[in-house]
Design a protein around this ligand. Structure first.
Ligand SMILES: [Zn+2]
Length: 61
């Protein structure tokens, strides 16, 4: 799956706030995701991210 900085992604498990759309706000060794509804951010390493990734919704840029 292809994803970039600014991509909106759907994970296998949503955020407790009820939303399951995340924006990729940082990409490095770790990936930082921002919840599209409440704005909370989470970090995970790339391997974990790819395991939990369900689909890439869109590329914003
Ligand atoms: Zn949230």
């Amino acid at each position: 799956m292809k994803y970039n900085l600014g991509s909106i992604v759907v994970m296998k498990k949503g955020h407790p706030c009820g939303e399951n759309a995340w924006e990729i706000v940082r990409m490095g060794v770790d990936i930082k995701l921002k919840c599209c509804k409440c704005g909370r951010t989470i970090m995970m390493d790339r391997i974990e991210f790819e395991r939990k990734l369900k689909k890439v919704v869109e590329d914003e840029k």
